[in-house]
Design a protein around this ligand. Structure first.
Ligand SMILES: [Zn+2]
Length: 88
């Protein structure tokens, strides 16, 4: 499982395709994103089953994802469990 695998999950979900966890294949995949009005922002995606995941920074968040305001970092953090992140 590499960072690139998680990027592929992000790209697939953003395009409304099905994606499974690159670590355990059990999913479901969860996410949390924060962005400005131009939808450039950051976020995390992870697998609810195994709690592996990846951080994304300075990315364009696809329209299908809800986003929080970038200024609301507390609310952002509140929705993210303790995740074992794969580093880029
Ligand atoms: Zn998993």
């Amino acid at each position: 499982m590499t960072y690139r695998d998680w990027l592929d999950v992000f790209i697939a979900l953003g395009a409304d395709r099905v994606a499974t966890c690159p670590n355990c294949a059990r999913g479901p995949i969860r996410w949390r994103f924060a962005a400005n009005d131009d939808r450039i922002g950051f976020g995390v995606i992870w697998c609810e089953a195994c709690l592996k995941g990846a951080r994304l920074s300075r990315v364009r968040i696809p329209d299908r994802f809800d986003t929080l305001p970038i200024s609301d970092i507390e609310e952002f953090s509140r929705g993210v469990p303790s995740i074992d992140f794969v580093e880029d």
